[in-house]
Design a binder for this molecule. Structure first.
Ligand SMILES: [Fe+2]
Ligand SMILES: [Fe+2]
Length: 371
């Protein structure tokens, strides 16, 4: 299989991810809403209150026991080596690499915290004991994850004020079913991203340029379990997984994949430092995510289809052209942005029309994080 490597020079990368020099820059980056930045969500809480998980009771109860066991309760503590590694390794980063790494930390923190807020809000607004308990555990995990990343940002004096972020960021309303599709996917793709990095650096410890990556294995097991929870919710309510909803599922898979792909191609140095190339890393992540999604989605997008690959590449090029037009400013810049946005819309349309594969759902829903 060939991969189309797109190599951006640093000016292009900077145009897309900006520069973070101060804590104010870091906070502004976390608050900003763009097509690519992680969002905060709100939903129809009363519909969530009516969720019924009775059809999957046995698997649900086993999962709740795992949450209760809390095997990561002592995981998110830094060890003695952490500070030493930060002190030795961080001054070695080039300024460009430092910007890509900060972008990675800030967007990861924002999406961890997004989960934390959403799960907490659902918990506060419902009485359904099954869902309330689940949301309490998931908010607990995400709050640890966000806090742990924030400590690493504080090493750079770039800590994010989470209270302020919660108040200042825009919230997107999603119907509950969109929350299930999008959150399931982002938990599972989060697992796939972290485990792919962990396995790579396990094989090449010399490429582990920051100690935080040593935490990724047990960390991503939390994300895996969060995904399992939404898988059980959807399988307990099978109308979410058939008929017209399949069109929404297809949309969300492609939207999540395309966003990650474009976003990751703004961080070529980060992947190179880990011994990856952004395109190969992303296809590894797509493959793992697609394998996992067979537990719940009766359709799968064809990541090996030439049109799929061509459209992904095209979306990166258009995102660059859009950023260039934005930087140019003026009337020409505005026209350029409108044109590239329209082209991106049609490219996504082409991507949507790539035939999907159909599959029967397994009787046993739960999966183990074995990647
Ligand atoms: Fe998380
Ligand atoms: Fe999570």
């Amino acid at each position: 299989m060939t991969s189309t490597a797109l190599n951006f020079d640093h000016d292009h990368v900077e145009m897309l991810i900006g520069t973070v020099e101060t804590a104010a820059d870091a906070n502004a980056k976390a608050v900003q809403s763009t097509v690519l930045s992680p969002r905060f969500y709100t939903t129809d809480f009363s519909a969530m209150d009516r969720l019924n998980v009775e059809p999957v009771r046995a698997e649900w109860d086993a999962m709740m026991q795992e949450y209760e066991g809390d095997n990561n309760h002592d995981h998110f503590q830094r060890d003695a080596q952490f500070a030493d590694e930060v002190k030795t390794l961080m001054p070695q980063l080039s300024p460009e690499m430092r910007q890509e790494f900060l972008d990675f930390l800030i967007s990861s923190l924002t999406s961890e915290f997004s989960g934390c807020i959403l799960y907490n809000e659902i918990r506060k607004h419902i009485d359904n004991p099954d869902i309330k308990k689940l949301m309490t555990y998931m908010a607990r995990d995400e709050s640890r994850h966000a806090g742990f990343i924030n400590q690493s940002l504080k090493d750079f004096d770039l800590g994010i004020d989470l209270g302020q972020l919660k108040r200042q960021k825009n919230y997107t309303f999603f119907k509950p079913k969109y929350i299930y599709y999008a959150t399931y996917l982002s938990e599972k793709i989060g697992y796939a991203r972290y485990i792919t990095i962990f396995r790579q650096l396990e094989k090449h410890p010399d490429k582990r340029f920051h100690p935080i990556f040593r935490w990724f294995e047990r960390w991503c097991n939390d994300e895996f379990r969060h995904g399992e929870s939404f898988a059980l919710i959807m399988r307990a309510n099978p109308h979410l997984l058939r008929g017209g909803n399949l069109l929404w599922i297809r949309f969300f898979i492609l939207a999540v994949y395309a966003t990650m792909y474009v976003r990751d191609h703004t961080r070529p140095l980060l992947h190179e430092a880990m011994g990856f190339e952004s395109t190969d890393y992303d296809y590894k992540v797509f493959r793992i995510t697609s394998d996992i999604c067979r537990q719940v989605f009766p359709i799968e997008v064809d990541i090996d289809h030439p049109t799929f690959r061509a459209c992904m590449t095209r979306l990166v090029e258009l995102s660059l052209a859009n950023a260039a037009a934005k930087q140019r400013g003026g009337v020409l810049g505005l026209i350029g942005r409108a044109v590239t946005a329209t082209q991106a819309f049609f490219t996504f349309g082409r991507l949507y029309l790539v035939p999907v594969k159909k599959q029967a759902l397994p009787a046993e829903i739960r999966m183990q994080p074995v990647w």
